[in-house]
Design a protein around this ligand. Structure first.
Ligand SMILES: O=P(O)(O)OC[C@H]1O[C@H](O)[C@H](O)[C@@H](O)[C@@H]1O
Length: 479
Protein backbone atom coordinates (compact mmCIF):
# COMPACT_ATOMS: atom_id res chain seq x y z
CA UNK A 1 0.00 0.00 0.00
CA UNK A 2 1.14 3.50 -0.83
CA UNK A 3 2.48 5.26 2.25
CA UNK A 4 3.30 8.58 0.65
CA UNK A 5 1.40 10.32 -2.06
CA UNK A 6 3.29 13.16 -3.62
CA UNK A 7 0.92 15.29 -5.52
CA UNK A 8 3.37 16.84 -7.94
CA UNK A 9 2.50 20.50 -7.40
CA UNK A 10 4.02 20.97 -3.98
CA UNK A 11 1.60 18.92 -1.89
CA UNK A 12 2.32 15.57 -0.33
CA UNK A 13 0.55 13.31 2.14
CA UNK A 14 2.61 10.90 4.23
CA UNK A 15 0.74 8.04 5.88
CA UNK A 16 3.51 5.62 6.89
CA UNK A 17 3.04 6.27 10.61
CA UNK A 18 -0.66 5.39 10.47
CA UNK A 19 0.34 1.88 9.41
CA UNK A 20 2.30 -1.00 10.87
CA UNK A 21 2.44 -2.94 14.08
CA UNK A 22 -0.20 -1.93 16.60
CA UNK A 23 -1.69 0.40 14.03
CA UNK A 24 -3.57 -0.17 10.78
CA UNK A 25 -2.54 -3.21 8.74
CA UNK A 26 -2.76 -3.61 4.96
CA UNK A 27 -5.14 -6.55 5.55
CA UNK A 28 -7.61 -4.30 7.36
CA UNK A 29 -7.50 -1.86 4.50
CA UNK A 30 -7.96 -4.74 2.06
CA UNK A 31 -11.00 -5.98 3.98
CA UNK A 32 -12.59 -2.55 3.64
CA UNK A 33 -12.32 -2.63 -0.18
CA UNK A 34 -16.05 -2.94 -0.97
CA UNK A 35 -16.87 -0.03 1.32
CA UNK A 36 -14.01 2.03 -0.11
CA UNK A 37 -15.43 1.48 -3.61
CA UNK A 38 -18.87 2.53 -2.37
CA UNK A 39 -17.43 5.64 -0.72
CA UNK A 40 -15.62 6.64 -3.90
CA UNK A 41 -18.86 6.12 -5.84
CA UNK A 42 -20.82 8.15 -3.26
CA UNK A 43 -18.51 11.16 -3.62
CA UNK A 44 -18.48 10.76 -7.41
CA UNK A 45 -22.29 10.89 -7.40
CA UNK A 46 -22.15 14.13 -5.40
CA UNK A 47 -19.65 15.52 -7.91
CA UNK A 48 -21.69 14.55 -10.95
CA UNK A 49 -25.30 14.84 -9.79
CA UNK A 50 -25.08 17.05 -6.71
CA UNK A 51 -26.94 14.56 -4.51
CA UNK A 52 -25.68 12.85 -1.36
CA UNK A 53 -27.48 9.75 -0.10
CA UNK A 54 -30.56 10.62 2.02
CA UNK A 55 -29.43 14.20 2.64
CA UNK A 56 -32.22 16.58 3.60
CA UNK A 57 -32.16 20.25 4.51
CA UNK A 58 -33.16 21.52 7.96
CA UNK A 59 -36.74 21.82 6.70
CA UNK A 60 -36.78 18.19 5.62
CA UNK A 61 -36.54 18.79 1.87
CA UNK A 62 -33.96 17.21 -0.45
CA UNK A 63 -31.01 19.58 -0.66
CA UNK A 64 -28.21 19.38 -3.22
CA UNK A 65 -24.52 19.32 -2.31
CA UNK A 66 -22.55 21.63 -4.56
CA UNK A 67 -19.22 22.18 -2.79
CA UNK A 68 -17.40 19.91 -5.30
CA UNK A 69 -18.48 22.31 -8.06
CA UNK A 70 -16.96 25.39 -6.44
CA UNK A 71 -13.52 24.97 -8.05
CA UNK A 72 -15.03 24.86 -11.55
CA UNK A 73 -16.48 28.29 -12.34
CA UNK A 74 -19.23 27.89 -14.91
CA UNK A 75 -22.95 27.73 -15.46
CA UNK A 76 -23.54 24.65 -13.30
CA UNK A 77 -21.29 25.89 -10.49
CA UNK A 78 -22.20 28.27 -7.68
CA UNK A 79 -19.04 30.14 -8.72
CA UNK A 80 -19.54 31.78 -12.07
CA UNK A 81 -16.96 33.87 -13.94
CA UNK A 82 -19.30 36.87 -13.42
CA UNK A 83 -19.36 36.30 -9.67
CA UNK A 84 -15.56 36.14 -9.55
CA UNK A 85 -15.36 39.40 -11.48
CA UNK A 86 -17.93 40.98 -9.17
CA UNK A 87 -15.89 39.90 -6.14
CA UNK A 88 -12.63 41.21 -7.58
CA UNK A 89 -14.22 44.55 -8.55
CA UNK A 90 -15.88 44.83 -5.16
CA UNK A 91 -12.53 44.11 -3.49
CA UNK A 92 -10.75 46.81 -5.51
CA UNK A 93 -13.50 49.37 -4.80
CA UNK A 94 -13.47 48.52 -1.10
CA UNK A 95 -9.71 48.93 -0.91
CA UNK A 96 -9.94 52.27 -2.69
CA UNK A 97 -12.78 53.69 -0.61
CA UNK A 98 -12.88 52.20 2.86
CA UNK A 99 -10.68 52.80 5.89
CA UNK A 100 -11.96 49.79 7.82
CA UNK A 101 -14.01 46.69 7.09
CA UNK A 102 -15.84 44.84 9.85
CA UNK A 103 -16.85 41.30 8.87
CA UNK A 104 -19.66 39.93 11.04
CA UNK A 105 -19.98 36.16 10.77
CA UNK A 106 -19.64 33.00 12.82
CA UNK A 107 -18.91 29.31 12.13
CA UNK A 108 -18.63 28.68 8.41
CA UNK A 109 -19.37 32.35 7.78
CA UNK A 110 -16.20 33.34 9.64
CA UNK A 111 -13.62 30.57 9.94
CA UNK A 112 -12.59 30.23 6.28
CA UNK A 113 -12.22 33.99 5.80
CA UNK A 114 -10.10 34.18 8.93
CA UNK A 115 -7.74 31.54 7.52
CA UNK A 116 -7.35 33.57 4.32
CA UNK A 117 -6.72 36.72 6.34
CA UNK A 118 -4.15 35.12 8.64
CA UNK A 119 -2.25 33.50 5.79
CA UNK A 120 -2.31 36.47 3.47
CA UNK A 121 -1.14 38.96 6.09
CA UNK A 122 1.94 36.89 6.92
CA UNK A 123 5.37 38.02 5.78
CA UNK A 124 5.86 34.46 4.50
CA UNK A 125 2.80 34.53 2.26
CA UNK A 126 4.09 33.65 -1.20
CA UNK A 127 0.95 34.69 -3.06
CA UNK A 128 -0.65 37.88 -4.23
CA UNK A 129 -1.40 40.70 -1.80
CA UNK A 130 -2.82 44.19 -2.25
CA UNK A 131 -0.31 47.01 -1.68
CA UNK A 132 -2.64 48.77 0.70
CA UNK A 133 -5.92 47.75 2.22
CA UNK A 134 -8.37 48.90 4.84
CA UNK A 135 -7.94 47.71 8.39
CA UNK A 136 -9.88 44.46 8.76
CA UNK A 137 -11.82 43.36 11.81
CA UNK A 138 -13.67 40.13 12.53
CA UNK A 139 -16.66 40.70 14.79
CA UNK A 140 -19.75 38.56 15.26
CA UNK A 141 -17.87 35.34 15.89
CA UNK A 142 -18.97 35.60 19.49
CA UNK A 143 -21.27 37.65 21.68
CA UNK A 144 -18.35 38.56 23.89
CA UNK A 145 -18.89 42.19 24.93
CA UNK A 146 -15.20 42.68 25.71
CA UNK A 147 -14.23 41.75 22.16
CA UNK A 148 -16.87 44.05 20.64
CA UNK A 149 -15.70 46.89 22.89
CA UNK A 150 -12.12 46.31 21.80
CA UNK A 151 -13.09 46.80 18.16
CA UNK A 152 -15.16 49.88 19.07
CA UNK A 153 -12.22 51.46 20.89
CA UNK A 154 -9.90 50.84 17.95
CA UNK A 155 -12.41 52.21 15.42
CA UNK A 156 -12.99 55.33 17.48
CA UNK A 157 -9.24 55.93 17.80
CA UNK A 158 -8.85 55.53 14.04
CA UNK A 159 -11.75 57.93 13.45
CA UNK A 160 -10.30 60.62 15.72
CA UNK A 161 -6.90 60.32 14.02
CA UNK A 162 -8.57 60.55 10.62
CA UNK A 163 -10.46 63.70 11.61
CA UNK A 164 -7.32 65.32 13.02
CA UNK A 165 -4.95 64.41 10.20
CA UNK A 166 -7.25 64.43 7.19
CA UNK A 167 -10.21 66.47 8.40
CA UNK A 168 -12.70 63.83 7.30
CA UNK A 169 -14.85 61.03 8.66
CA UNK A 170 -13.59 57.45 8.87
CA UNK A 171 -15.29 55.28 6.29
CA UNK A 172 -16.29 51.90 7.71
CA UNK A 173 -17.83 49.05 5.77
CA UNK A 174 -19.93 46.58 7.74
CA UNK A 175 -20.21 43.14 6.12
CA UNK A 176 -22.69 40.83 7.81
CA UNK A 177 -22.10 37.29 6.54
CA UNK A 178 -24.88 34.86 7.43
CA UNK A 179 -26.52 32.26 5.26
CA UNK A 180 -29.62 32.22 7.44
CA UNK A 181 -29.43 35.96 8.16
CA UNK A 182 -30.63 35.43 11.72
CA UNK A 183 -27.73 33.86 13.65
CA UNK A 184 -27.30 35.44 17.08
CA UNK A 185 -23.62 36.43 17.00
CA UNK A 186 -23.29 38.14 13.60
CA UNK A 187 -26.68 39.80 14.01
CA UNK A 188 -25.74 41.15 17.43
CA UNK A 189 -22.41 42.49 16.12
CA UNK A 190 -23.92 44.02 13.00
CA UNK A 191 -26.66 45.78 14.97
CA UNK A 192 -24.22 46.93 17.65
CA UNK A 193 -21.72 48.44 15.22
CA UNK A 194 -24.33 49.91 12.90
CA UNK A 195 -26.03 51.70 15.81
CA UNK A 196 -22.75 52.82 17.29
CA UNK A 197 -21.33 54.23 14.06
CA UNK A 198 -24.61 55.89 13.08
CA UNK A 199 -24.78 57.61 16.47
CA UNK A 200 -21.36 59.16 15.85
CA UNK A 201 -22.11 60.56 12.42
CA UNK A 202 -19.47 63.27 12.94
CA UNK A 203 -16.76 60.60 13.15
CA UNK A 204 -17.98 57.81 10.87
CA UNK A 205 -19.47 57.19 7.48
CA UNK A 206 -21.05 53.73 7.39
CA UNK A 207 -21.41 51.54 4.32
CA UNK A 208 -22.80 48.02 4.02
CA UNK A 209 -22.41 44.86 1.96
CA UNK A 210 -24.29 41.69 2.81
CA UNK A 211 -23.49 38.03 2.20
CA UNK A 212 -26.57 35.87 2.63
CA UNK A 213 -28.90 33.40 0.94
CA UNK A 214 -30.40 35.43 -1.90
CA UNK A 215 -33.30 33.05 -2.29
CA UNK A 216 -34.69 34.12 1.08
CA UNK A 217 -36.12 37.32 -0.32
CA UNK A 218 -37.75 38.26 2.95
CA UNK A 219 -34.65 37.50 5.03
CA UNK A 220 -33.53 40.49 7.15
CA UNK A 221 -30.24 41.02 5.32
CA UNK A 222 -31.92 40.79 1.92
CA UNK A 223 -34.50 43.40 2.92
CA UNK A 224 -31.84 45.72 4.31
CA UNK A 225 -29.63 45.39 1.23
CA UNK A 226 -32.58 46.30 -1.01
CA UNK A 227 -33.61 49.23 1.16
CA UNK A 228 -30.12 50.75 1.47
CA UNK A 229 -28.85 49.76 -1.97
CA UNK A 230 -26.00 47.76 -0.43
CA UNK A 231 -24.16 45.23 -2.60
CA UNK A 232 -25.27 41.67 -1.94
CA UNK A 233 -23.42 38.38 -2.44
CA UNK A 234 -25.30 35.11 -2.46
CA UNK A 235 -24.40 32.21 -0.16
CA UNK A 236 -25.31 29.60 -2.74
CA UNK A 237 -27.84 26.86 -2.45
CA UNK A 238 -26.17 23.53 -1.69
CA UNK A 239 -23.07 25.01 -0.04
CA UNK A 240 -23.11 24.66 3.75
CA UNK A 241 -21.09 26.98 5.96
CA UNK A 242 -18.23 24.61 6.69
CA UNK A 243 -17.82 23.88 2.97
CA UNK A 244 -18.05 27.54 1.95
CA UNK A 245 -14.49 28.85 2.16
CA UNK A 246 -14.18 28.71 -1.64
CA UNK A 247 -17.51 30.41 -2.00
CA UNK A 248 -18.69 33.95 -1.20
CA UNK A 249 -18.37 33.78 2.63
CA UNK A 250 -14.64 33.02 2.39
CA UNK A 251 -13.77 34.62 -0.91
CA UNK A 252 -15.18 38.02 0.04
CA UNK A 253 -12.38 38.28 2.61
CA UNK A 254 -9.85 37.20 -0.02
CA UNK A 255 -11.27 39.86 -2.35
CA UNK A 256 -10.53 42.71 0.11
CA UNK A 257 -7.03 41.35 0.62
CA UNK A 258 -6.43 41.34 -3.13
CA UNK A 259 -5.83 37.60 -3.24
CA UNK A 260 -5.77 35.81 -6.57
CA UNK A 261 -9.14 34.06 -6.30
CA UNK A 262 -8.91 32.09 -9.59
CA UNK A 263 -5.61 30.71 -8.35
CA UNK A 264 -7.24 29.59 -5.10
CA UNK A 265 -9.84 27.74 -7.16
CA UNK A 266 -7.18 26.30 -9.48
CA UNK A 267 -5.43 24.71 -6.49
CA UNK A 268 -8.75 23.25 -5.34
CA UNK A 269 -9.58 22.06 -8.86
CA UNK A 270 -6.28 20.26 -9.34
CA UNK A 271 -6.64 18.64 -5.92
CA UNK A 272 -10.14 17.53 -6.85
CA UNK A 273 -8.80 15.94 -10.00
CA UNK A 274 -6.06 14.21 -8.04
CA UNK A 275 -8.55 12.81 -5.54
CA UNK A 276 -10.77 10.78 -7.83
CA UNK A 277 -11.35 7.08 -8.15
CA UNK A 278 -11.20 4.28 -5.61
CA UNK A 279 -7.46 3.58 -5.64
CA UNK A 280 -5.71 4.47 -2.42
CA UNK A 281 -2.32 4.78 -4.09
CA UNK A 282 -3.48 7.64 -6.28
CA UNK A 283 -6.25 9.32 -4.28
CA UNK A 284 -4.72 11.01 -1.20
CA UNK A 285 -8.03 12.29 0.24
CA UNK A 286 -9.54 8.81 0.08
CA UNK A 287 -6.41 7.33 1.67
CA UNK A 288 -6.57 9.91 4.48
CA UNK A 289 -10.28 9.19 5.01
CA UNK A 290 -9.79 5.42 5.07
CA UNK A 291 -6.96 5.59 7.59
CA UNK A 292 -8.76 8.04 9.88
CA UNK A 293 -11.94 5.96 9.63
CA UNK A 294 -10.20 2.67 10.44
CA UNK A 295 -8.17 4.40 13.14
CA UNK A 296 -11.36 5.62 14.82
CA UNK A 297 -13.50 2.53 14.27
CA UNK A 298 -11.03 -0.24 15.01
CA UNK A 299 -8.12 1.32 16.88
CA UNK A 300 -9.84 3.76 19.23
CA UNK A 301 -8.36 6.88 17.59
CA UNK A 302 -11.46 8.94 18.25
CA UNK A 303 -9.51 12.18 18.71
CA UNK A 304 -7.75 13.91 15.85
CA UNK A 305 -5.07 16.37 16.80
CA UNK A 306 -4.56 18.78 13.92
CA UNK A 307 -1.05 20.10 14.39
CA UNK A 308 0.40 22.62 11.95
CA UNK A 309 3.98 23.64 12.58
CA UNK A 310 3.10 27.27 11.97
CA UNK A 311 1.61 29.80 14.36
CA UNK A 312 -0.21 31.39 11.42
CA UNK A 313 -2.18 28.25 10.74
CA UNK A 314 -4.02 28.17 14.03
CA UNK A 315 -7.06 29.57 12.23
CA UNK A 316 -6.82 26.72 9.73
CA UNK A 317 -6.97 24.34 12.68
CA UNK A 318 -10.08 26.10 13.93
CA UNK A 319 -11.65 25.90 10.49
CA UNK A 320 -10.88 22.17 10.41
CA UNK A 321 -12.43 21.72 13.85
CA UNK A 322 -15.82 22.84 12.52
CA UNK A 323 -15.42 20.79 9.34
CA UNK A 324 -14.67 17.57 11.20
CA UNK A 325 -16.92 18.07 14.23
CA UNK A 326 -20.10 19.19 12.47
CA UNK A 327 -19.70 16.89 9.48
CA UNK A 328 -18.96 13.61 11.20
CA UNK A 329 -20.30 14.03 14.74
CA UNK A 330 -23.59 12.25 14.16
CA UNK A 331 -26.05 10.33 16.33
CA UNK A 332 -27.62 8.40 13.43
CA UNK A 333 -26.25 6.91 10.26
CA UNK A 334 -28.02 7.46 6.95
CA UNK A 335 -30.22 4.41 7.49
CA UNK A 336 -31.47 5.79 10.81
CA UNK A 337 -29.42 3.50 13.08
CA UNK A 338 -27.93 5.04 16.23
CA UNK A 339 -24.16 5.10 15.75
CA UNK A 340 -22.76 8.09 17.71
CA UNK A 341 -20.04 8.56 15.10
CA UNK A 342 -17.37 11.26 15.07
CA UNK A 343 -13.85 12.18 16.08
CA UNK A 344 -13.04 14.96 18.50
CA UNK A 345 -10.88 17.55 16.77
CA UNK A 346 -8.17 19.27 18.75
CA UNK A 347 -5.85 22.00 17.47
CA UNK A 348 -2.22 21.94 18.50
CA UNK A 349 0.50 24.22 17.17
CA UNK A 350 4.03 22.95 16.78
CA UNK A 351 6.35 23.57 18.46
CA UNK A 352 4.33 25.53 21.05
CA UNK A 353 2.05 22.68 22.06
CA UNK A 354 4.87 20.16 22.30
CA UNK A 355 5.34 21.88 25.64
CA UNK A 356 1.68 21.53 26.56
CA UNK A 357 -0.01 18.61 24.77
CA UNK A 358 2.72 16.25 23.58
CA UNK A 359 2.97 14.58 26.98
CA UNK A 360 -0.64 13.50 26.52
CA UNK A 361 -0.15 12.51 22.87
CA UNK A 362 2.86 10.38 23.79
CA UNK A 363 1.76 8.77 27.06
CA UNK A 364 -1.97 9.36 27.45
CA UNK A 365 -4.91 7.29 26.25
CA UNK A 366 -4.37 5.60 22.93
CA UNK A 367 -7.31 7.43 21.44
CA UNK A 368 -5.60 9.83 19.05
CA UNK A 369 -4.26 10.31 15.57
CA UNK A 370 -2.01 13.34 15.12
CA UNK A 371 -2.23 15.12 11.77
CA UNK A 372 0.93 17.15 11.22
CA UNK A 373 1.26 19.94 8.68
CA UNK A 374 4.52 21.53 7.54
CA UNK A 375 5.46 24.26 5.05
CA UNK A 376 8.86 23.76 3.45
CA UNK A 377 9.55 27.29 2.24
CA UNK A 378 9.73 28.60 5.79
CA UNK A 379 13.18 27.08 6.06
CA UNK A 380 16.36 29.00 5.22
CA UNK A 381 15.01 32.41 6.21
CA UNK A 382 15.93 33.06 9.82
CA UNK A 383 19.41 32.22 11.03
CA UNK A 384 20.31 32.29 14.70
CA UNK A 385 23.56 33.98 15.73
CA UNK A 386 25.17 33.14 19.03
CA UNK A 387 26.57 36.32 20.58
CA UNK A 388 27.72 34.44 23.68
CA UNK A 389 30.44 31.99 22.53
CA UNK A 390 31.62 31.65 26.12
CA UNK A 391 28.35 29.89 26.99
CA UNK A 392 28.87 26.29 25.93
CA UNK A 393 25.18 25.39 26.05
CA UNK A 394 24.50 27.86 23.24
CA UNK A 395 27.06 26.39 20.82
CA UNK A 396 24.51 24.17 19.10
CA UNK A 397 22.35 27.21 18.28
CA UNK A 398 25.10 29.05 16.40
CA UNK A 399 24.15 29.29 12.74
CA UNK A 400 20.97 27.26 13.27
CA UNK A 401 18.21 27.83 10.78
CA UNK A 402 14.97 28.44 12.68
CA UNK A 403 12.79 26.85 10.00
CA UNK A 404 14.98 23.76 9.97
CA UNK A 405 14.72 23.65 13.78
CA UNK A 406 10.94 23.69 13.34
CA UNK A 407 11.19 20.77 10.93
CA UNK A 408 13.56 18.82 13.17
CA UNK A 409 11.18 19.29 16.09
CA UNK A 410 8.29 17.98 14.01
CA UNK A 411 10.29 15.01 12.71
CA UNK A 412 11.30 14.16 16.27
CA UNK A 413 7.65 14.34 17.33
CA UNK A 414 6.58 12.06 14.46
CA UNK A 415 9.30 9.59 15.28
CA UNK A 416 8.65 9.60 19.02
CA UNK A 417 4.94 8.89 18.49
CA UNK A 418 5.66 6.20 15.91
CA UNK A 419 8.19 4.51 18.20
CA UNK A 420 5.29 3.86 20.57
CA UNK A 421 2.98 2.85 17.69
CA UNK A 422 0.94 6.00 17.94
CA UNK A 423 -0.78 6.99 14.75
CA UNK A 424 0.26 10.13 12.93
CA UNK A 425 0.29 11.47 9.38
CA UNK A 426 1.87 14.44 7.65
CA UNK A 427 0.77 16.95 5.05
CA UNK A 428 3.63 18.87 3.48
CA UNK A 429 3.24 22.01 1.39
CA UNK A 430 6.15 23.47 -0.53
CA UNK A 431 4.92 27.00 0.20
CA UNK A 432 1.86 28.93 1.26
CA UNK A 433 0.06 30.78 -1.52
CA UNK A 434 -3.41 30.85 -3.06
CA UNK A 435 -2.77 27.68 -5.05
CA UNK A 436 -1.51 25.59 -2.13
CA UNK A 437 -4.25 26.89 0.19
CA UNK A 438 -6.83 25.88 -2.42
CA UNK A 439 -5.26 22.41 -2.53
CA UNK A 440 -5.23 22.10 1.22
CA UNK A 441 -8.83 23.25 1.76
CA UNK A 442 -10.07 20.87 -0.89
CA UNK A 443 -7.99 17.95 0.32
CA UNK A 444 -9.48 18.34 3.80
CA UNK A 445 -13.06 18.85 2.58
CA UNK A 446 -12.86 15.83 0.28
CA UNK A 447 -11.32 13.71 3.04
CA UNK A 448 -14.32 14.50 5.23
CA UNK A 449 -16.73 13.81 2.37
CA UNK A 450 -15.12 10.39 1.82
CA UNK A 451 -15.18 9.59 5.51
CA UNK A 452 -18.87 10.52 5.69
CA UNK A 453 -19.48 7.93 2.98
CA UNK A 454 -17.33 5.30 4.73
CA UNK A 455 -19.15 5.81 8.03
CA UNK A 456 -22.47 6.19 6.19
CA UNK A 457 -23.31 9.40 8.04
CA UNK A 458 -24.68 12.62 6.56
CA UNK A 459 -21.67 14.93 6.46
CA UNK A 460 -23.78 17.89 5.37
CA UNK A 461 -26.35 18.42 8.11
CA UNK A 462 -26.04 19.52 11.75
CA UNK A 463 -29.31 18.60 13.49
CA UNK A 464 -27.63 18.58 16.88
CA UNK A 465 -27.22 22.36 17.01
CA UNK A 466 -30.97 22.97 16.85
CA UNK A 467 -31.68 21.90 20.43
CA UNK A 468 -29.62 24.58 22.17
CA UNK A 469 -30.73 27.13 19.55
CA UNK A 470 -34.39 26.51 20.42
CA UNK A 471 -33.71 26.75 24.15
CA UNK A 472 -31.59 29.88 23.68
CA UNK A 473 -34.31 31.49 21.55
CA UNK A 474 -36.90 30.93 24.27
CA UNK A 475 -34.58 32.27 26.96
CA UNK A 476 -33.65 35.34 24.91
CA UNK A 477 -37.33 36.17 24.42
CA UNK A 478 -37.92 36.08 28.20
CA UNK A 479 -34.65 37.81 29.21
O1 LIG B 1 -24.17 31.56 8.10
P1 LIG B 1 -25.06 31.35 9.24
O2 LIG B 1 -26.47 30.96 8.82
O3 LIG B 1 -25.09 32.56 10.14
O4 LIG B 1 -24.53 30.14 10.08
C1 LIG B 1 -23.35 30.16 10.81
C2 LIG B 1 -23.13 28.84 11.54
O5 LIG B 1 -24.26 28.63 12.37
C3 LIG B 1 -24.64 27.37 12.85
O6 LIG B 1 -24.40 27.29 14.21
C4 LIG B 1 -24.15 26.14 12.15
O7 LIG B 1 -23.98 25.08 13.04
C5 LIG B 1 -22.88 26.37 11.38
O8 LIG B 1 -22.72 25.30 10.49
C6 LIG B 1 -22.92 27.67 10.60
O9 LIG B 1 -21.73 27.81 9.88
Amino acid sequence: MQETIVFSKGFSYHAANMLGEGRISPEEVEALAPRIRQAAAGVEKIRKEGWAKNHLSKDGNPEPIFFPRLPYPGSDSPNTPELLRKLVDWGAKTRAEEDAVVFCGVGGSYLGGKVLYDCCTSGYWAGQTAASRPEIFFAGNNVDPEDAEGIRIRLEAMARACREKQGRRLRVLLVPISKSGTTLEPTAAFLYFYGLLQDQGDLFQVDGTVVTDERMEQGPLNRLARKHGWPMFDVPNGVGGRFSVLSTPGMIVGAVLGMDLPELLRGAREMDQACRGDRLDTNPALLNAVLKFLGARDHGAVTEVFMPYAMRLKALGEWYVQLLAESLGKRKDREGNTVFYGRTPVVAIGTTDMHAQTQLHQDGRRDKAVQFLFIDSWKGRVKIRNSFPEIGEYAKYAGLDMGRALEVAMEANEEALASDRRMNALIRLSELNEYSLGQLFFFLMLSIAYEGELADVDAYDQPGVEIYKRLMGEKLKKR
